[in-house]
Design a protein around this ligand. Structure first.
Ligand code: SAM
Length: 287
């Protein structure tokens, strides 16, 4: 739910007693698609802002943190990430970060709502600058169905860059979806999924760990990073590996990365997986 009062956009984070506001200059786009309500604003201090169903998605100023942390930790942990699937991610920022890795051979983005991508091309062209890379395929459809139809042992990494677990994204947090992920991943394959605020959405985090383990993933870990425009300003992604933990950060490769990053570094990679005691206790696997 959102409220536009004078020149402020406000996202009320339902059920949390919190809200976040950005001062805006004007509204640039407003569309109701078959899937969701998309708005684009020009803000005074955060550049452009994309909002879906009243929830902030992307701002020009801080999206680099989210997109780098959705792509680089998993790609520098997997031993040889060649074939990558992104589910959701229609703003194309995660896709751009994935394509910066020369070892990635194919990157397929399956976004349910083509309008998200078309508006991103218009208002966030910097996020879409690698969309024409020959390794990239933009497919518009339901990621749940796409993965159900995917051949077994065909992917190395699945990145779930979705909206909150309501509406079309609800099934992306479910047991059948994770079983399909596991089937489509090759040995050593990994999935990473945005997993909401470590402070405000603890039930979602715990359920995700339980459901991923229940589906058969061998190792499940959460990483954390700041995201100023999301509820609480603190966000997480959860990484699961098809087999038991066999390798950590590819330190030398991450150190020698052939592209610039603004948030990610090997040090940040290691630090992001260090959880404070209350999260360790919350996410401890039942023995
Ligand atoms: N960074 C954002 C966040 O955490 O708030 C997510 C950004 S991205 C714009 C989320 C995308 O997931 C949306 O464009 C939405 O259309 C897409 N999406 C939701 N459910 C989906 C599904 N079942 N299959 C494919 N895409 C889906």
């Amino acid at each position: 739910m959102s409220a536009l009062d004078d020149n402020w956009f406000t996202e009320i984070a339902q059920g949390t007693g919190t809200a976040f506001s950005l001062r805006i200059r004007r509204k640039l786009a407003d569309e109701q698609t078959p899937y969701q309500h998309i708005e684009i604003y020009e803000t005074t201090d955060f550049g452009r802002l994309m909002v879906i169903d009243g929830c902030t998605m992307v701002s020009s100023r801080d999206n680099f943190i989210y997109h780098e942390m959705m792509a680089h930790p998993v790609l520098y942990t997997h031993a040889a990430p060649r074939d990558v699937l992104i589910i959701g991610g229609g703003d194309c920022g995660t896709l751009r970060e994935v394509l910066r890795h020369p070892e990635v051979g194919t990157a397929v983005q399956v976004e349910i709502d083509e309008r998200v991508t078309r508006l991103a091309e218009q208002f966030f062209p910097e996020l879409c600058e690698l969309n024409d890379d020959p390794r990239a395929t933009l497919h518009f459809g339901d990621g749940i169905q796409w993965l159900k139809d995917a051949p077994a042992d065909s992917l190395d990494v699945v990145i779930v860059d979705s909206t909150d677990p309501i509406g079309p994204a609800e099934g992306l947090f479910s047991h059948p979806f994770y079983v399909d992920c596991l089937r489509a991943l090759r040995p050593g394959g990994m999935v990473v999924q945005q997993s909401e605020s470590p402070l405000l959405h603890q039930k979602i985090l715990v359920d995700m760990h339980t459901t991923l383990r229940g589906a058969g993933f061998g190792d499940v870990r959460t990483l954390q990073f700041p995201q100023p425009i999301y509820p609480s300003g603190w966000w997480s992604a959860t990484v699961a590996r098809k087999d038991e933990a066999v390798a950590g950060l590819r330190e030398a490769d991450a150190q020698a990365r052939p592209f610039e990053t603004r948030y990610y570094s090997p040090e940040i990679h290691r630090a992001a997986f260090v959880l404070p005691p209350f999260l360790q206790a919350l996410l401890a696997a039942p023995s």
